[in-house]
Design a protein around this ligand. Structure first.
Ligand SMILES: NC(=O)c1ccc[n+]([C@@H]2O[C@H](COP(=O)([O-])OP(=O)(O)OC[C@H]3O[C@@H](n4cnc5c(N)ncnc54)[C@H](OP(=O)(O)O)[C@@H]3O)[C@@H](O)[C@H]2O)c1
Length: 279
């Protein structure tokens, strides 16, 4: 372990974080994963922590330093979603989302910065297309990711003098269990052409090696983001139509199931599965 570069990844237990961890491990790095649950993959070291807690965040950095003495890469990846109308939004949930998606990575970055300065390392912030687009029924998540995105892009300018690179990752729809663990009831439709975690991890690693500043994956999101800025009204119409149509379809499915239940004598109601991307 002694000569290996140390990568700290939040949310490495599954999904995108797990894929990033596997990529860095396969390239010979020492990978420290952070999550509340036990990781479903091999890591060099795992720290069980809830990044919502300030004490846990301090503990993470002090444990990494006492074990390995350095931090070369910090990957702020852990995140949670919330899907609801603004009207129905639970403010407690919203605060929780901001804690995980914004305050935790911002504070971890602050704590890790002295060590990343020493190593002239890299900070990788896994943001979302929701950090660049306006997504209906995701106002809470969109607001948190916009804040995180802005933090990431601003931080880069400030730490450039220390030879630290900051990579902002704009991830589009990726196949993971993310929406299943999200709060709220207005879950988004399953968009076509979802990206693959492994491909995203490869793109992130490539950007790290080449010192790039941004990753947008799947790449067709570049067009979507550009279109949303150039034609804001057209974009709003399209995105509302897609989302509302998917809610209608879900409602039809529920009604059909209810009808089936009434007419079948023996069956018990099977809850309609949310359209989701599952690991
Ligand atoms: N999947 C997508 O379509 C998509 C699209 C755009 C952006 N993203 C972003 O990509 C990142 C990863 O998402 P994913 O799709 O891989 O989600 P995921 O499969 O649900 O994984 C989330 C990870 O975050 C960890 N985590 C959540 N809350 C935590 C907490 N309080 N403390 C410590 N760890 C916590 C989870 O571990 P534990 O539950 O064990 O703690 C898990 O390892 C997120 O920031 C998300 O916003 C995802």
């Amino acid at each position: 372990m002694e000569n290996k570069k140390v990568v700290v990844i939040t949310g490495a237990s599954r999904g995108i974080g797990k894929a990033i961890a596997q990529k860095f491990l396969s390239e010979g790095f020492c990978v420290v994963g952070i999550s509340r649950s036990r990781p479903k993959c091999q890591l060099s070291f795992h720290i069980q922590a809830d990044i919502k807690n300030e004490e846990d965040r301090k503990e993470i950095i002090s444990k990494v330093i006492s074990e390995f003495g350095r931090i070369d890469v910090l990957v702020n990846n852990a995140g949670v979603g919330i899907y609801d109308t603004w009207e129905d939004m639970d403010l407690g949930h919203l605060r929780e989302i901001f804690e995980v998606d914004f305050f935790a990575p911002v504070h971890l970055t602050k704590l890790a910065l002295p060590y990343i300065k020493k190593s002239k390392g890299t900070i990788i912030n896994v943001s979302s297309a929701a950090g660049e687009l306006r997504v209906p029924f995701e106002s809470g998540y969109t607001a948190a990711k916009h804040a995180f995105h802005a933090f990431s892009e601003t931080l880069r300018m400030e730490v450039d003098n220390y030879n630290i690179n900051v990579i902002t990752v704009t991830a589009g729809n990726i196949k993971t269990g993310f929406t299943l663990s999200a709060k709220g009831s207005k879950h988004p439709p399953l968009l076509p052409f979802a990206g693959k975690r492994k491909e995203l991890a490869d793109e992130i690693y490539k950007a790290y090696v080449k010192g790039k500043k941004k990753v947008i994956y799947p790449s067709w999101y570049k067009v979507f983001i550009f279109y949303s800025k150039l034609f804001p009204k057209g974009y709003e119409k399209i995105i509302m139509k897609i989302w509302e149509r998917s809610f209608e379809k879900r409602e039809d499915k529920i009604n059909a199931q209810k009808k089936e239940h009434v007419f079948s004598s023996s069956s018990s109601v099977v809850p309609v599965k949310r359209t989701d991307r599952v690991e």
